[in-house]
Design a protein around this ligand. Structure first.
Ligand SMILES: [Mg+2]
Length: 119
């Protein structure tokens, strides 16, 4: 069982991810609604794995990823991407993202990533 932080401005996406992850016995330690909130909650809850949306208000997922990795180089961050975000995916790889998932969510793929990253 992994302790997970979900960062996404979409309430629907957060709900879907929570359902997938809790359904497999993982614990959602917190949800964050934008990048800044994600950075703050990472510090507060020290999750084993983060799911990070890219497009969010206040601070986007790339900037949040950069700050989280700067503070904790071992942070495990799964980036949530949408179609047409290849350039941002390249940036995320450079910033140290661990994995990528694309909406709509593939439950099996996400659970495999979380299991691998939380070992
Ligand atoms: Mg979004």
């Amino acid at each position: 069982m992994a302790k997970i932080l979900i960062v996404d401005d979409s309430r629907t996406s957060r709900k879907i991810l929570r359902g997938i992850l809790e359904g497999a016995g993982h614990e959602i330690v917190a949800e964050a609604v934008d990048g800044q909130d994600g950075v703050d909650k990472y510090q507060e809850f020290s999750p084993q794995v983060v799911t990070m949306d890219i497009t969010m208000p206040v601070m986007d997922g790339l900037e949040a990823l950069r700050i989280i990795k700067e503070n904790d180089s071992k942070a495990k961050v799964i980036m949530v991407t949408a179609a047409g975000q290849q350039n941002k995916m390249m940036d995320a790889i450079k910033l140290g993202a661990s994995e990528f998932v694309t909406k709509p969510f593939d439950a099996e793929a996400i659970l495999k990533m979380v299991e691998k990253l939380s070992k």
